[in-house]
Design a binder for this molecule. Structure first.
Ligand code: BMA
Length: 836
């Protein structure tokens, strides 16, 4: 019998008030529904965040009616099943209590058979205030358990609830205590058997694989049922003998030598369709055949931290993922696909699902499988200490068993990690500093519970205790120990060091490092009224959640750049600064391949419009960092860095599976763009290696005045069968010391055969030219690039949705570059020529 879905139209009202109900969609959240019904203002606009906090203080009631027909009523079992109930929910059907939920990450299932009637039924769910419950639990604690305060949670004790931590605010996050149901909700009518989980295991023998399919079935009574397992049209059909209660059926399918699934950039992502049918229940999923290992081998520097896929060592290039919207009801498959497409377009192959968020919707994992994005997946614990009493641990165990079984067949998931920064958090709070034994013991109990649940539900994957972590059982300082494990390197942002601090460490795998920027002018305009367009105005300060963040951005401006002219250039320069800082770290650490085998910067996306470390704006537009990431994550790059001793080293890096055969043309240029010297360097780099091409004392290149010249490098050649090209610039001293010449940039927009392109020319070197198509969704294929005189740059524009005309694009274009950010009035940023 088919399930009765309860998704769709519900109503929402305050539980203990007489207000009229408003419509609410399930899956959905209360904030989304209240905004749609115009009961509250858009919390992302202005300072509305402050006006909508009352919502968290009351209980909410969501209700709907549904019809049960005679056949359904005759079914011997009826189970109400719900996924991602956020969080404290008391459920009634036809006025009778069904049960309660208290964990967003579990699957809940209640027997509703005795309560259903033929015809119309009513379900009502009281969503109790999580803020109040957290406070009440906090008051009952026998000893304090520090929660993530400071710049993060704006209300206490959320660590005592199994709910997305960043709902209470984060150092990039609005405080919006959403509640609702974000997964499916349905009544399962069971005649013979209920299908709880289908999981698979790939048993490899050389290049051949056997797929072991395990089917967890709850049977009403013993007896034989038909069982069908079908993989890409190959069927195994038999009768399976069930006993009453829990059964695990196992089917082994020899698949021969399957086409392999590869991370993006290393090959294709073939996915096979698996269907399992037991009695009248069906489950389907898509399987990617691949082997994945985490190689932790002792070496002369410590212990390696290398992901090996299908026998190939993969340099993991990517960023950290946070929930795509503070309101889950606003997340759609299209928006998630857009963010993930942008990750792949920037040459990423791994994202880290961060522990302060959520287990994502099925769409997210399906898309990561399709696009070849590996996932480092945290369990949902972040930046706090947690209880370890038996009830809490039992609740967590259920959530991990469920999520690991739910998600383990996704080819994309590379590893399960226990938490985000919870080992470090032992050193953050006065309570844990004073009594480390107690809190370490709690952490250890919780971590053991997580590890044991993973071993039980998904033994195919490594469980990594925490991020960052120097390795199982190793509690050294993974913020600074670069010899082993994964590292969070925050000395440049939180520590305020200059960007060459990245040169002081050689992480084995850097899973977090980041630098903030403001949102672009266009995105700022979506929340900031004109009279607030100043970074210290109240609206802009409310949209900066990291205390001291604006000061850090400004301080770094002063160290490297001339101060920007006005609000718009301030936002723009912050994005350039962010891009150059992260580029410095990534290029330096990539050149240490294979000592370093991964860089995941903090953070890919935003969950509302805010100043943050993201490379994608809220809404998906690319910040300058994302364009730089596309270049600095190219498989083959040329990079130069200058040591503190004044040596300029030029390197070529190749993390692909093919040898690089290329030439680097390094031009020493003066500020007019004239060539002072041309250095031609052959760049032959084996697969998965980096090679130093040359090293010079800086004076040899720059002459007497460093600020009179710069290095302009072009790598061109082949990588296997592909042609590759990469450009890069290196300045010998801080940008602010250079008296750049007015570059006289001009931009021409052409539409040739329906394709829109911009051709950018400059009479003098123009640094970091950006083309912003205001109000037009889409991206130029490259942006924030340097243009040399005599080397016009042609970049295609890809519209999202309806393509604009060339004229509309020309009129929408805002062009700027570094010199124009501090001397905008003098000559204008650019001449924009009419379309041809
Ligand atoms: C990291 C993350 C987040 C935070 C970020 C920026 O360590 O784990 O907690 O948003 O720092 O401070």
């Amino acid at each position: 019998m088919t399930d009765l879905s309860l998704a769709g139209a519900w109503t929402l009202s305050q539980a203990d008030a007489a207000d009229a109900a408003v419509p609410m969609r399930i899956p959905g959240d209360i904030y989304g529904a209240l905004i749609d019904a115009k009961r509250i203002a858009d919390p992302y606009w202005g300072r509305n965040e402050l006006e909508v906090q009352w919502v968290r203080e009351v209980d909410w009631l969501i209700e709907r009616r549904f019809t049960v027909d005679a056949a359904q009523l005759a079914s011997p079992e009826a189970w109400l099943t719900a996924d991602e109930v956020d969080t404290l929910a008391d459920i009634t059907v036809n006025g009778h209590a069904v049960g309660s939920a208290d964990n967003q990450h579990r699957r809940w299932r209640w027997d509703v058979k005795p309560l259903l009637v033929a015809g119309e039924n009513r379900i009502a769910i009281r969503l109790r205030s999580a803020a109040k419950e957290a406070a009440a639990r906090g008051a009952r604690l026998p000893y304090p358990i520090p929660w993530s305060g400071g710049s993060n949670n704006q209300l206490p004790h959320l660590n005592l609830l199994r709910k997305t931590a960043c709902h209470a605010g984060w150092d990039w996050g609005i405080c919006l205590m959403v509640a609702g149901i974000y997964g499916g909700i349905a009544i399962e009518f069971v005649d013979r058997a209920r299908l709880d989980y289908v999981t698979t295991e790939q048993r490899w023998d050389g290049a051949s694989c056997t797929l072991v399919v395990r089917v967890e079935v709850q049977a009403r009574a013993g007896g034989a049922v038909p069982l069908l397992v079908e993989l890409d049209g190959k069927r195994v059909e038999r009768s399976a003998e069930l006993r009453a209660g829990a059964n695990t059926l196992t089917v082994e399918l020899p698949v021969g030598e399957p086409r392999l699934w590869w991370p993006a950039g290393h090959g294709a992502q073939p996915l096979s369709s698996l269907t399992v049918r037991v009695a009248d229940r069906v489950a389907t999923k898509r399987i990617g055949f691949r082997r994945i290992e985490l190689i932790n081998e002792a070496d002369e520097r410590g212990v390696s931290m290398t992901f090996r896929v299908n026998g190939r060592d993969i340099f993991c290039k990517g960023a950290n993922w946070i929930p795509a919207d503070a309101m889950p009801s606003r997340e759609t498959r299209e928006r998630i696909a857009d963010l993930l497409d942008s990750a792949v377009a920037a040459n990423m192959n791994m994202l880290r699902v961060w522990g302060g968020g959520r287990f994502e919707t099925d769409a997210f994992y399906e898309l990561c499988d399709e696009k070849g994005l590996l996932l480092w997946h945290d369990m949902m614990f972040a930046c706090a200490l947690y209880p370890a009493d038996p009830a809490f641990l039992a609740n967590v165990r259920e959530e991990v068993l469920h999520q690991a079984k739910r998600l383990r067949d996704h080819a994309s998931i590379a590893l399960w990690c226990g938490d985000n920064e919870c080992v470090g958090a032992l050193n953050w709070y006065p309570e844990s500093k004073a009594n480390r034994d107690r809190y370490l013991l709690n952490w250890s109990k919780l971590n053991d519970t997580l590890g044991a649940a993973v071993a039980e539900a998904d033994p195919t994957r490594v469980f990594w205790p925490s991020s960052p972590c120097s390795g199982p059982g190793d509690f050294s300082d993974a913020w600074h120990d670069d010899s082993k494990g994964d590292m969070h390197y925050w000395d440049v942002w939180h520590g305020g060091k200059s960007m060459d601090a990245y040169f002081s460490v050689r992480p084995r795998f850097c899973s977090e490092f980041g630098y903030q920027s403001f949102p672009s002018f266009e995105v700022a305009s979506t929340f900031c009224p004109p009279d607030q367009r100043n970074i210290t105005a109240p609206v802009m300060e409310l949209h900066q959640k990291n205390s001291g963040g604006n000061g850090k951005i400004n301080d770094m401006f002063g160290r490297n750049f001339r101060m920007p002219d006005g609000f718009r250039n301030t936002l723009w320069l912050s994005q350039l600064q962010q891009a150059l800082i992260i580029k410095t770290g990534v290029e330096y650490w990539r050149h240490h391949m294979p000592i370093c085998m991964g860089t995941l910067y903090w953070q890919l996306n935003d969950n509302w419009p805010v100043a943050s470390w993201s490379s994608l704006e809220f809404g998906g537009r690319w910040k300058q960092l994302h364009h730089h990431a596309r270049r600095f994550y190219q498989p083959a790059i040329v990079t130069a860095f200058q040591t503190r001793e004044g040596v300029v080293e030029i390197w070529a890096v190749n993390d692909s599976a093919h040898a690089l055969e290329a030439t680097v043309r390094a031009v020493v240029a003066d500020l007019d763009g004239a060539q002072v010297e041309l250095i031609e360097l052959p760049a032959r780099v084996p697969a998965g290696r980096s090679v130093q091409l040359a090293a010079y004392p800086v004076e040899r290149l720059a002459g007497a005045r460093r600020e009179s010249r710069f290095l302009w490098m072009t790598l061109a050649g082949t990588l296997g069968a592909d042609r590759v090209e990469h450009r890069n610039e290196h300045l010998f001293t801080e940008h602010k010391r250079y008296d750049f010449a007015e570059p006289e940039v001009s931009v021409r927009i052409d539409a040739v055969g329906g394709a829109l392109t911009a051709t950018v020319t400059a009479r003098k070197p123009a640094f970091f030219v950006t083309l912003e198509p205001e109000g037009i969704a889409g991206e130029f294929v490259d942006n924030s690039f340097t243009v040399m005189p005599g080397e016009p740059r042609r970049v295609a524009f890809t519209a999202k949705g309806a393509a604009p005309t060339a004229d509309a694009l020309r009129q929408a274009l805002h062009v700027t570059h570094l010199r124009a950010s501090y001397q905008p009035a003098q000559a204008g940023a650019a001449r924009i020529e009419a379309a041809r």
